[in-house]
Design a protein around this ligand. Structure first.
Ligand code: SAM
Length: 318
């Protein structure tokens, strides 16, 4: 395997520390969702994808399998698939199998231990494919500028990871991807759609408490990597449906008035106060059309499957 380790990788603990100190000092405390994914966080996420309540992965997989032959026909041979937030790289396999003579798979992820492990197996299963992991933040402008080669570039952003981003982040991300993938490129995008909170809330607050473990691991990670003194038993996983913003919000709620230390700074947090850790936005079709159309791409296929829960789109560079 040809490993390309970007300098971003080495900077994580300092970047992580700065983000945590800034977010916890804000009047409404928050930590960016990207820090949910260390090796343990990624393993929690894999377990979430198998939960009965988490309709997202199986719904999207079904649509991906259904559209793959048609998308492969449109895209043509010798494609380079570039996945943003690749995780276990399971969904990429659908297209790597459907494409005619795929040339390269570039997988970008912030959780680099997990990425390395996922790609070892994939490289064995696709011996003729060039496999290139890039460890870093997909929001960074420089993360994928150096794709090289004259292959047909295809961006891939499944899992509704786009729903974790703000409108400004989505705009920057889509424009950067458009610039690095180049003229004539395609982009396969998966986005979760608005539906009843009765379906949404359990998907992020499951009976087995796996999602709670995923969220709480952020506090454990602060203790592990930043020398924090947070007592996990004094927090709980909290999930809120914010109808105005059409998003599920994950928080960590303090169960009592308490203080803890991180790298020499002391934080005091009151009972009932929360640290906001993730948004999972649930989009409307019109909103997706605007976000995509205003940022360098046009939607050429839009497939939601029978229940209309989730959209898989094929975009073409404008
Ligand atoms: C919701 S999971 C989706 C994983 C996989 N693509 C799927 O569809 O099942 C988000 C993935 O993006 C990665 N990730 C999250 N924020 C990131 C960032 N800012 N830069 C790079 N990777 C990120 C996480 O490590 C994780 O693997």
């Amino acid at each position: 395997m040809n490993f390309v380790m970007k300098p971003h990788q080495k900077a994580y603990p300092q970047e992580f520390l700065e983000d945590v100190l800034t977010g916890l000092s804000a009047s409404r405390r928050y930590i960016s969702p990207r820090w949910l994914y260390d090796k343990i966080g990624s393993e929690f996420f894999e377990a979430i994808t198998d939960l009965p309540e988490y309709y997202v992965t199986r719904t999207e997989m079904k649509i991906l399998r259904q559209v793959a032959p048609e998308f492969a026909e449109i895209i043509g041979p010798n494609a380079s698939l570039v996945e943003y937030g690749a995780g276990a790289a399971t969904k990429a396999r659908v297209f790597l199998n459907a494409f005619s003579k795929p040339s390269e798979y570039v997988a970008i992820d912030i959780s680099f231990d997990h990425l390395e492990q996922s790609l070892k197996q994939l490289a064995e299963d696709f011996p003729n494919l060039k496999v290139r992991p890039i460890a870093g933040d997909f929001l960074s402008e420089t993360i994928s500028t150096d794709l090289g080669g004259d292959t047909q570039k295809v961006g891939f952003f499944p899992g509704s990871t786009i729903g974790n981003l703000s409108n400004d982040e989505i705009a920057t991300f889509l424009q950067n991807a458009r610039n690095s993938l180049g003229d004539g490129s395609y982009f396969i995008l998966g986005a979760d759609l608005r539906k009843s909170p009765e379906i949404l809330i359990p998907a992020y607050d499951d009976n087995q408490k796996v999602t709670a473990g995923f969220n709480m691991n952020l506090l454990a990670r602060i203790n592990r990597e930043l020398g924090g003194t947070i007592e996990l038993s004094k927090f709980r996983h909290k999930v809120v449906w914010n109808d105005n913003l059409s998003q599920i919000e994950m928080h960590l709620e303090s169960l009592e008035n308490q203080s803890f230390q991180i790298a020499g700074s002391t934080f005091s947090i009151g009972q009932g106060e929360t640290i906001h850790t993730e948004n999972s936005r649930k989009f409307r079709h019109e909103e997706l059309k605007d976000l995509i159309g205003n940022n360098g791409w046009e939607i050429t296929r839009y497939e939601t499957g029978k229940n209309g829960y989730f959209a898989v789109m094929l975009l073409r560079a404008k």
